[in-house]
Design a protein around this ligand. Structure first.
Ligand SMILES: Nc1nc2c(ncn2[C@@H]2O[C@H](COP(=O)(O)OP(=O)(O)OP(=O)(O)O)[C@@H](O)[C@H]2O)c(=O)[nH]1
Ligand SMILES: [Mg+2]
Length: 390
């Protein structure tokens, strides 16, 4: 209270002292006491009154006391009148933790020709990795989403699989691409609407900004097959990769020899470069110590199955052949584990980050389109009104 009555000059004097005292690195209480004592002594002398302005330029009588660390800390605790750190800091730390532990939402879409094992791929991952009960489906007729989640301590990863019908049987490539683009754009629009809605009022912002909902497609697994890379696949990849992140999958890996797989992967990558198809760059500074047995990744060679077989003491998901059983989670047999580990451990956040870019791109394009439409409409209105006046 005493400090508030000080004159401007005294305040600057005080602040000078505070600066100097910071050198002491001692307890605040000691500083205050010495400060007060100094003030009392000084105010008794007339020079102090007369030479206030010059006195703060003088070296200050710093009272240095050696205080044991524990004694110093206990004084602080006493002064705060609370435990240390205070309950308010604990509450802040807790809030920060909660924000940092916001669930991550990853939306994965699987696309490609009909019958390549897209739904089976989702089923097995849901069952094996996300503990969701298996969903048995026939050929997929419409787009459907299935949600699973991984919870470890305070951390939650929500994975939404978006299963789509394949092209060839029910849909021509053109119809199919239209269906997919419409879905992806609708998800962007839903996201945009909520983004806009949250800025309508403070209340909505508080409500919505914390939910961290995200329905955008973060990655699209494009399933293709051999024995050659088909033009339809290249056309589809070109179109889809302009809208979302794409990771290519060589499906039904059990249908090829190791050499065929290596050649197919090579052929695929050559064509992707030739046609400037912009797929997701699957780089990872990989400490998983796992490398594909089948040449470069991407594309990842995948075998899917929901059937389980006994191998020794283990039950494995696999496919049975007269010459043996392939274990789909064995890196010697397929890239499924490498894909899954890289996806979660390395690509996940980058995919979400890149989705922001693709989303903004799309929104800008839509705005531009709308502007052009409006300009054309204005031009037509002007023309009609001129004709009418004539
Ligand atoms: N050999 C082999 N067969 C597979 C594999 N994955 C799935 N299949 C089989 O292929 C058939 C079609 O599988 P689905 O998962 O329904 O294929 P899909 O791509 O979802 O098909 P649509 O929904 O029609 O587009 C089923 O009989 C599966 O058991 C695989 O990796 N290897
Ligand atoms: Mg399906």
């Amino acid at each position: 209270m005493q400090d508030f009555k000080r004159t401007k000059l005294e305040t600057s004097y005080n602040s000078q002292r505070t600066d100097d005292f910071s050198i002491i690195n001692g307890p605040t209480d000691t500083i205050k006491q010495s400060d007060k004592k100094f003030d009392e002594q000084a105010s008794e002398t007339s020079e102090y009154q007369e030479n206030k302005s010059s006195s703060f330029k003088q070296p200050l009588p710093i009272i240095q006391q050696n205080i044991e660390k524990s004694e110093y800390e206990s004084q602080i605790v006493e002064n705060l009148g609370d435990s240390y750190p205070g309950s308010e800091i604990k509450a802040l730390i807790e809030q920060k933790k909660q924000r940092d532990h916001k669930p991550i939402q990853l939306n994965i879409m699987v696309v490609g020709q009909s019958g390549l094992g897209k739904s089976t791929f989702i089923d097995v991952l849901l069952k094996k990795k996300l503990g969701t009960s298996q969903i048995i489906r026939d050929s997929t007729l419409q787009i459907q989403a299935i949600q699973g989640s991984i919870n470890v301590n305070d951390f939650t990863l929500n994975i939404k699989f978006i299963d789509t019908p394949g092209f060839r049987h029910q849909y021509s490539l053109r119809q199919w691409l239209k269906l997919l683009s419409r879905y992806i754009k609708t998800q962007f629009n839903c996201y945009q609407q909520r983004q806009n809605l949250q800025y309508e009022s403070k209340e909505k912002f508080q409500q919505l900004s914390q939910q961290d909902l995200d329905e955008r497609v973060h990655v699209c697994f494009y399933f293709f097959s051999g024995p050659r890379i088909q033009t339809e696949d290249l056309q589809a990849l070109k179109k889809i990769s302009a809208l979302v992140n794409v990771i290519p999958i060589l499906a039904k890996g059990d249908s090829y020899t190791k050499n065929e797989i290596i050649q197919l992967k090579q052929q695929f990558n050559d064509l992707i470069n030739e046609y400037h198809i912009d797929l997701f760059k699957c780089q990872c500074n990989n400490n998983l110590n796992e490398k594909s047995q089948f040449g470069s990744t991407p594309p990842f060679v995948i075998i899917s199955s929901i059937e389980q077989f006994q191998i020794g003491n283990h039950l494995v998901y696999g496919r049975k052949f007269p010459w043996g059983i392939c274990d789909i989670f064995n890196p010697q047999h397929s890239d499924l584990v490498i894909l899954y580990k890289s996806l979660i451990g390395h690509y996940c956040l980058e995919l979400i980050r890149l989705t922001d870019f693709l989303y903004n791109n799309q929104i800008q394009k839509q705005k531009q389109k709308l502007k052009m439409k409006q300009q054309n409409l204005n031009w037509l209105t002007n023309l009609l009104s001129q004709l009418f006046n004539l």
